[in-house]
Design a binder for this molecule. Structure first.
Ligand SMILES: Cc1cc2nc3c(=O)[nH]c(=O)nc-3n(C[C@H](O)[C@H](O)[C@H](O)COP(=O)(O)OP(=O)(O)OC[C@H]3O[C@@H](n4cnc5c(N)ncnc54)[C@H](O)[C@@H]3O)c2cc1C
Length: 465
């Protein structure tokens, strides 16, 4: 039992990424006194290093670009990619409020997006919007401006060590290591902070927590790199489990198929592979010169296909694809993650691909592109797709990295955390990557930011009641 609370607030939010900041803003707007606890010395978590891609159906931007879409289509896409393991109510909530969250980011936060709509693997139509500068920082900075305007405090170097429950089992506060230093975890001292209305867990995923992720999926040892920041770890998830929280699909861990083994972390390559190669180009196995997958398949299908090949594969696109896409790839070329070749022969020589096989693969693919049907793997040819025949050619090696954890705390559509006995844990809410159920077996590209904004906002509104 806690004898001395150091301080008290209506709502405590753990984490300052998309989900935590959305929750804090809504809780404050609902009249609550809110404190955000952040273990690191800066705000933003993984959110700030993301690409800032958000998905929503039936938006004004889609209408402007002549794209027909609906919440039902997005619902079907998410369930297909999630292999039906998603919690249908959470998916329904997400697709029905995604456009509202997207509009909120534009009209309330003031986020600016590029005037384009992209399609990523597993989406049946283009419905992904990219924040200006192709960065999550564009969204986070606007959220922080709002946090400041609303006089919400964020305390840094404040590591949440434990959740405190009252005698009735309701969460009523947290233990915090104040003055925490990531490089020296023993630094600082413990304080107790009381939550009069609720605690919102928005502590992100656990892709960098090698111990916890190998407990869930033994293949994901330290031999596999992660795209996440090194502090994307599972301690708050574990703390919630200790007080009886139910979890969902912890072993559903997503690998990013667009990653390059020729750079550390997320790097600059994925913008080329995901926005250009997967949409307009091909992926080949360098030992055979053959394609082996629908390049626009969802991330799980693509990563599993790459892992089953057993070695890095090559993503290829031509100069027309680069121009059509509208993306600048100079950075990737400068870092030598992306390579440029005047001919396919040069490309084949560089990556030791049998040239005749590669030539046949490209010819077959080009025939398919002309007829609009990929008879081999069923890749959909999107608007402005064209045969790969315009030099120079661009290529990048592909090998998956641990990217996103679909599994996490079980919540209901009010973001209340569910106990293993099926009841709600009073006073405890969760949103963002720390939760499970929204994405099932595999998350579609751009759907995490939607998830964080939609459920972060719901958590804030409900915790403030
Ligand atoms: C490189 C990269 C690119 C991505 N691009 C996209 C994209 O374009 N579109 C998309 O939809 N998704 C993308 N994702 C995924 C998406 O960015 C994340 O899933 C999302 O940002 C998670 O947000 P969050 O608020 O749940 O957690 P985070 O942003 O990770 O924030 C969690 C915060 O909680 C803090 N915290 C954790 N534990 C504690 C503790 N014990 N005490 C106090 N604080 C704690 C952390 O320090 C962190 O600041 C990308 C991910 C990466 C890594």
């Amino acid at each position: 039992m806690i004898e001395t609370w150091t301080e008290e607030h209506d709502v405590l939010v753990i984490g300052s990424g998309f989900a935590g900041l959305s929750a804090a803003i809504e809780a404050r707007e609902a009249g609550a006194d809110v404190l955000i606890l952040e273990k690191m010395r800066a705000y933003g978590g993984n959110s700030i290093i993301s690409d800032g891609g958000i998905a929503a159906p039936a938006t004004q931007l889609q209408e402007k670009h002549g794209i027909e879409d609906s919440a039902n289509k997005m619902y079907d896409d998410m369930l297909t990619s999630g292999l039906g393991l998603n919690d249908p109510l959470l998916v329904r909530t997400l697709v029905d409020t995604a456009n509202d969250a997207f509009e909120w980011s534009i009209n309330y936060l003031g986020v600016e997006y590029l005037d384009r709509v992209d399609i990523f693997g597993g989406h049946s139509v283009p419905r992904c919007y990219t924040a200006k500068n192709i960065s999550g920082a564009t969204i986070i900075k606007k959220q922080i401006q709002k946090i400041q305007k609303l006089n919400i405090s964020i305390v840094y170097s404040s590591f949440v060590k434990g959740l405190i429950c009252n005698s009735a089992g309701a969460v009523c506060g947290v233990v915090v290591r104040k003055g925490y230093d990531y490089m020296n975890p023993d630094k600082g001292s413990d304080i107790f902070i009381k939550a009069n209305k609720g605690v919102i867990i928005a502590s992100g995923g656990f892709s960098s927590d090698v111990d916890f992720r190998t407990l869930q999926d033994p293949r994901l040892t330290k031999s596999l790199e992660s795209t996440n920041k090194p502090f994307a770890t599972a301690e708050v998830l574990r703390q919630a489990m200790e007080i009886g929280a139910e979890t969902e699909q912890l072993s559903s861990i997503q690998l990013g198929p667009w990653a390059s083994p020729d750079e550390r972390g997320y790097g600059v390559g994925p913008q080329f592979s995901e926005y250009i190669v997967f949409q307009y180009g091909v992926i080949i196995d360098p030992t055979t010169g053959n394609r082996f997958v629908n390049e626009l398949a969802d991330r799980k299908t693509l990563s599993d296909a790459l892992l089953s090949i057993g070695h890095p594969c090559i993503g290829i696109a031509d100069s027309k694809a680069v121009t059509t896409s509208g993306w600048n790839i100079d950075h990737g070329l400068k870092k030598k993650v992306i390579r440029k070749f005047d001919t396919l022969d040069e490309l084949a020589l560089f990556y030791s691909v049998p040239i005749e096989k590669l030539a046949k693969t490209i010819t077959d693919f080009n025939q398919s592109a002309l007829h609009g049907i990929d008879s081999l793997y069923g890749k959909p040819f999107i608007k402005n797709s064209a045969p790969i025949k315009n030099p120079p050619y661009y290529a990048m090696r592909l090998w998956p990295k641990v990217h996103f954890t679909m599994g996490g705390l079980k919540i209901n559509d009010k973001t209340e955390v569910i106990h293993t006995n099926g009841t709600v844990i009073t006073g405890l809410y969760a949103a963002g990557e720390v939760t499970g159920g929204v994405h099932g077996a595999s998350r579609l590209g751009s759907c995490s930011i939607t998830d964080c904004l939609v459920f972060g906002r719901i958590a804030g509104e409900n915790a403030a009641q």
